[in-house]
Design a protein around this ligand. Structure first.
Ligand code: GGG
Length: 362
């Protein structure tokens, strides 16, 4: 970023809408940020990259070979969603989203579970307003290490075997846990719950537990608990008021954060940040949801997760006041009942976006 005086005012942001509703919701988030920047105080120079499944159809890859180099100079990446029926899911995911996350060492994936006013939650608790927790997903290794293989020699003869290994390193575990504890210290409830399946997965996840105990000793002011992933899924439903920061491996956190956002009302609400906390590489901001081919192109996508991700990006870029304004505008809009179909409304993606822009009053 370039600076004028102390505050950074000019940002270069790479937009990668990619597939399906990713395109609609990235357009929505950009409209909100463009309205904000028109109000003064900061400016964004956008560059859009047409990568994804259409690009694959033409080039045989989801992004070019030198794609990471092209992104490296940006202050942040604003991403939509990846996945389309014409490309096998593992090819599209590894070819784009994971290539960026892992290539830029975005090892901390922060996924807040936020309960918004005016949006009905299946939890229906009297104290629903107090619910607010965040899933911290280890984003660089674990079950997403990409280690394994299939026995090609036996393919098609009914006896094929496949191996998929999870990789846990002490360095990888420790950094995500310290991140979770530091985050807990910024919250009203200073608590970290660590999630594993270390009774069954007796190597990597026992290492995870050992590191958790050691790191926890450095944070005596933070409450801790260790919970098996199956029990944590039940706890999300039965005792969500007991949650604050939940730290889990790549796969477990992915599943739990989907559950959390469904409990908050819809997957379409969930925002996220893939952070390279050292800031050696750009971080990437995206809604948690996928490309939703079933509703793509109909103007039915919920833009709230993408707009929330734009707010997280502003915060990361040091524009805290503007980030808070975006979050407040979204809350005002949902409270007024301007909602897409997934959360019981009738509004289109554009109508929700326009309402958020109007609420910003710029
Ligand atoms: N915006 C998130 C996204 O595109 N997700 C697609 C997906 O399949 N994600 C699975 C994963 O990253 O674990």
């Amino acid at each position: 970023p370039s600076t004028r005086g102390a505050a950074v005012t000019e940002f270069r942001i790479a937009a990668i809408p990619a597939d399906g509703i990713g395109r609609e919701v990235v357009a929505a988030g950009r409209a909100v940020l463009d309205a904000l920047q028109a109000g003064g105080g900061f400016s964004i120079a956008w560059e859009e990259f047409p990568w994804g499944s259409d690009y694959y159809a033409e080039h045989g890859v989801m992004m070019p070979e030198d794609g990471l180099a092209a992104l490296e100079g940006f202050d942040a990446i604003y991403f939509g969603a990846v996945g389309w029926p014409t490309v096998p899911d593992h090819v599209s995911l590894w070819g784009l989203r994971l290539r960026i996350c892992q290539g830029f060492d975005q090892w901390a994936n922060v996924r807040p579970v936020q309960f918004l006013p005016g949006i009905e939650s299946p939890l229906r608790k009297a104290d629903e307003a107090a619910l607010d927790w965040v899933v911290v997903r280890e984003n660089s290794e674990g079950e997403y290490a990409g280690l394994g293989g299939r026995n090609l020699a036996s393919r098609g003869r009914g006896g094929e075997i496949a191996v998929q290994s999870a990789l846990f390193t002490e360095v990888g575990c420790e950094r995500i846990m310290r991140f979770a504890f530091d985050l807990a210290r910024t919250r009203t409830r200073r608590k970290v719950a660590s999630v594993t399946k270390s009774n069954a997965q007796q190597y990597g996840m026992v290492l995870w537990d050992d590191v958790f105990r050691r790191v926890a000793a450095d944070y005596p002011d933070v409450e801790t608990e260790r919970v098996l992933v199956d029990a944590m899924a039940a706890k999300f439903v039965l005792h969500p008021e007991d949650l604050s920061v939940v730290v889990a491996s790549n796969l477990n956190a992915d599943i739990l954060s989907d559950l959390g956002s469904a409990l908050a009302g819809s997957l379409g609400l969930a925002a996220s940040a893939n952070l390279n906390p050292e800031r050696r590489f750009p971080s990437m901001f995206e809604p948690v949801h996928g490309s939703a081919p079933d509703i793509a192109g109909r103007g039915a996508a919920n833009p709230v997760g993408a707009i929330g991700s734009a707010a997280m990006m502003l915060e990361h870029l040091g524009r805290r006041e503007e980030a808070a304004r975006v979050a407040a505008a979204v809350e005002a809009v949902t409270a007024r009942g301007v909602r897409t179909r997934d959360v019981g409304g009738t509004a289109s993606t554009d109508e929700v976006t326009a309402a958020v822009v109007a609420e910003l009053g710029v």
